[in-house]
Structure formats: structure tokens, C-alpha cells
Write a protein that binds this ligand. Structure first.
Ligand code: UN1
Length: 467
């Protein structure tokens, strides 16, 4: 472990002060002309752009991200702000005339902010997911109280600084650090008008239930987990499939909600696909994330390592381990020295031969492990994948139009990728993909990075005026 800084956790009184500050700032922020809000957010993007290398380095240290993933995340954050601002501009901030009721009646419609949004972000994309949620809440005209994950709160001050430098008035953006209890205090605060959350299905659903429980429902925009599958059909380009699955399953050590953790492969191709996937997995460099050649660094904490070890043991008992299945020791990675024992560096792992209902095939594990299973009929494989309560991303390798049509028609997921070698289920980018969780992977049916995101931070008001 390396100490890279310390943060003071908020207590209930600090959470209350943050919410009160956000409430006090509401009216002025809502009343600020939207082009000015856009201009401020663009300045925040500029500040992030200026400090991108430093911020990325922080992500490498706090999350163990590779340099490529860290730089990608910072660039994505900048693009998120730009894209959302562009949306707001194009829509003239969602104000439009309605049909006039008569010669003496005019009508207009607008989307207006809810008030105060609590934003709770996870460890895996500490900057991008925080930027995505907070910038849209702010752009919509809400004030924000943000709590980052305690697993990755070191980059948090950088974001707070960017907003401050951008000229956001006091109280518009508030940052509280802390654990789950701080998040709980925030959610339970009566001054919070809505919540944006990215994280686990369980926590997200608990927040959603809580926000429904008061005198009236308050909005919860949640982006939750995934049990994302790739389908490798009989007409697949196997090289593209192996490359896409390897990147999606092992990138960031499987700790993306978009990570691919399951593959359904046409039975005749199973052996060959496994060979190609294993060949890639074995070449991937796991090690010191500060080194450019490293593909993936350590996982976030001991709990992740324990989930990995348990899944590997279960897979060994009930099926087989085709590649990986172990943790690096000091002897495997001389350049890491004793740090190999200090963090959990997990080899990209492929398992096979597990029954469909096996826990490894059903649970979201958030570790670099993918389970491959053969299928006889694509429709059955899709149905099996749909049995998951989650429905975030999905990928298919297929050059048969009829099978593709079947897939589009049947798959229950919000983010689909076809024949993509750069990532079977991962790699969404603002404006190019929308990151929308179906079923238990989200609460609103509309996703981040896409054209309908910002509007979810607002409610509608029509105004009919008689003369
Ligand atoms: C997440 O892991 O919570 O599409 C979302 C991707 C990334 C996912 C971020 N943008 O792979």
C-alpha cells in the first residue's frame, strides 16, 4: 500500500451543512441564464483538460488503472461535459412553445430543475462517472452535493477545484467525503430532491425504494451493475471475437459495470475460440500500472481478491480453469517486488464447463474472470442471458443477417455492440454510445452519455397564459 493522501470524512452535521448550502444556492443557480451555466461548465472542462496528466496519474495510483485507461477516463470526462453542453444548446435548454389554445391563449413548455441533487459515484471511474452525473445535474440547473467512493476519493478534490475555478457560485457544488454512512445520511436528508447514483444493484435499489417512500416520489437516476454477455456465433470472425472479449473481460481487471463476464459460443467453435482467447489472456501484462506496457494493475481491494479466489475455486470444482486463475506472487513479477504481495494482481482468467445456473454464471463478480459456455441455438443462449435481472451491455460476433435480426429483437440490454474487436461489451463514449441499463441495471430506461440524459435531471412545466 502507498499512502497518497488523506481526506476528512464528513459527519452528519457536515452533510447537513452541505445540503443546506445547496438549498440556499438553488434559486440563484436556477435563475442563472442557461448559456452562462454552459459557459461555466465549459470552463470546468478546460480546467480538467489543463490538468489531465496530473489527474490521470492520480487515477493510476488510487484505482490501479493502466495509463491508457486513466488517460481515457480523463478525456471521456472532458467529452462528457462538452457533449451535454452541446445537447443543452441544441435544445435551447428544453424550452419550447406549445400550441396556442385560442387567439387569446398561448402556451409554453419547459424543463426545470428539481432543486438539490445528491450524487454518489463509484470507485471504478472516479472522475468520469462523477463528472457525468454532476455536470448534467448542474447544467440542468440543480445544485449538487457529491459523495465520491471512499475507495477513490483522491481525484475528488481535482473535480471540486475545476468547478470552483470555473466560477460556480458558493453552494452550487458541494463535496463530502466518507463511507456508506455518509451516503446514507445524504439520501435520508429531507433537503435532497433527487439522487444520481452509479454503483451496485443492491445499493441502487435500496436508494430507489427510499426515495419512493416519502410523501411523494423523488427521482433516482441509477446506473447499476451488469452481467454482460458476448455471443460468438457460427459466422463470427474469431479473431475479432477473441480480441473484443479479452479487452472487455480483462480491461480494468473486469471492474467495469460494462465488463464482459460471460460468453456464449456456438458449440462447433468453442475449442478454437477458447484457444484464441487464452492466447491473448496469457500475453496480457498484469503489473505496475505506472508502466506503459501494463495492461492491467491490481484490483481495488481485498474483497475483490476474495471474490476472485472464491469464484476460481468454484470453477475448478464444478468446471475447469482454462487460463489464469491465480494471483501474482513476487516471483511472477520481479519488477513489482514486495508490492506484488501488497496489492492483489490477478491474472486474466477464463473458466469453462460450468452449468448455466452456476453462481459464477449468475453473479456480477467485478473481477477479471470470464465464463465461456457453448450453445446449440442462439435463441436459447440469448434467453439464458436474459434470465439475469441485469441488462446493461451485450455484444455479438455475427455475419448472418437473420441471426443479427433475432439478436436485436430478443436481447434485453441497453447497450449493444456488434462485431467489435476493440471491446465486446465495453468502451462507450459520450455521443457515440448511450450507456443505458435495462431492467435491474438502471432505474429510468435512459442512459448516460446519450441524448436523453440531462433531461432526466429536470421536471416539466407547461404554462398557459390567457390574455
Ligand atoms: C461503469 O463501469 O460504471 O463503456 C461505466 C464503458 C465505460 C463504462 C463506464 N464507459 O466501458
Amino acid at each position: 500500500r502507498i499512502a497518497i493522501g488523506s481526506l476528512v470524512a464528513a459527519d452528519a452535521a457536515a452533510v447537513d451543512r452541505a445540503v443546506q448550502a445547496a438549498r440556499a444556492a438553488r434559486a440563484d443557480w436556477r435563475g442563472t441564464p442557461w448559456p452562462q451555466r454552459i459557459a461555466m461548465l465549459c470552463r470546468a472542462a478546460d480546467a480538467i483538460r489543463r490538468d489531465r496528466f496530473e489527474i490521470a496519474m492520480g487515477l493510476v495510483y488510487e484505482v490501479g488503472k493502466s495509463r491508457l485507461e486513466a488517460m481515457g477516463e480523463v478525456e471521456e470526462s472532458i467529452d462528457l461535459i462538452d457533449y451535454y453542453c452541446e445537447q443543452a444548446e441544441q435544445a435551447q435548454h428544453w424550452q419550447r412553445p406549445l400550441r396556442p389554445g385560442s387567439a387569446t391563449e398561448t402556451g409554453s413548455d419547459r424543463l426545470v430543475p428539481y432543486g438539490v441533487f445528491a450524487v454518489i459515484s463509484p470507485f471504478n471511474f472516479p472522475l468520469a462517472l462523477a463528472v457525468g452525473m454532476t455536470s448534467s445535474a448542474l447544467l440542468a440547473g440543480n445544485t449538487v452535493v457529491w459523495k465520491p467512493s471512499p475507495g477513490a476519493a483522491f481525484s475528488a478534490p481535482a473535480l471540486a477545484r475545476a468547478y470552483r475555478e470555473a466560477g460556480l457560485p458558493d453552494g452550487v457544488f458541494n463535496f463530502v467525503a466518507g463511507d456508506r454512512d455518509v451516503g446514507q445520511a445524504l439520501i435520508e436528508h429531507p433537503g435532497v430532491d433527487g439522487v444520481a447514483f452509479t454503483g451496485s444493484h443492491e445499493v441502487g435499489m435500496a436508494i430507489a425504494r427510499r426515495m419512493l417512500a416519502g410523501a411523494f416520489a423523488r427521482p433516482v437516476l441509477a446506473e447499476l451493475g451488469g452481467k454482460n454477455a458476448a455471443f460468438v456465433t457460427a459466422s463470427a470472425d474469431l479473431d475479432a471475437a477473441a480480441s473484443g472479449v479479452a479487452r472487455a473481460a480483462f480491461g480494468l481487471s473486469g471492474q467495469k459495470c460494462s465488463s464482459c463476464s460471460k460468453v456464449y459460443v456456438a458449440r462447433a467453435l468453442e475449442r478454437e475460440f477458447l484457444e484464441r482467447l487464452a492466447a491473448i489472456a496469457e500475453r496480457l501484462v498484469v503489473g505496475d500500472p505506472t508502466q506503459a506496457r501494463t495492461f492491467t494493475g491490481p484490483v481495488i481491494d481485498a474483497a475483490a481478491a476474495a471474490r476472485f479466489e472464491q469464484a476460481v475455486a468454484q470453477a475448478r470444482a464444478d468446471g475447469r480453469v482454462v487460463a489464469g486463475g491465480r494471483r501474482l506472487a513476487a516471483a511472477d513479477a520481479p519488477e513489482l517486488g514486495e508490492r506484488a504481495e501488497n496489492g492483489a494482481y490477478l491474472r486474466p482468467t477464463i473458466v469453462a464447463g460450468l452449468p448455466p445456473e452456476h453462481p459464477v454464471n449468475r453473479r456480477e463478480l467485478f473481477v477479471p474472470l470470464v465464463s465461456v459456455q457453448p450453445y446449440d441455438a442462439l435463441a436459447d443462449a440469448i434467453d439464458d442471458s436474459n434470465r439475469s435481472a441485469l441488462g446493461l451491455t451485450s455484444g455479438i460476433y455475427c455475419r448472418d443477417e437473420r441471426e443479427l435480426a433475432l439478436y436485436y429483437d430478443r436481447i434485453e440490454a441497453g447497450v449493444l455492440y456488434v462485431n467489435r474487436a476493440s471491446g465486446a461489451t465495453t468502451g462507450a463514449w459520450p455521443g457515440y454510445q448511450t450507456f443505458c441499463g435495462w431492467k435491474g441495471s438502471g432505474t429510468t430506461g435512459k442512459g448516460g452519455l446519450g441524448p436523453y440524459y440531462v433531461t432526466q435531471f429536470m421536471r416539466e412545466q407547461s404554462r398557459t397564459v390567457a390574455r
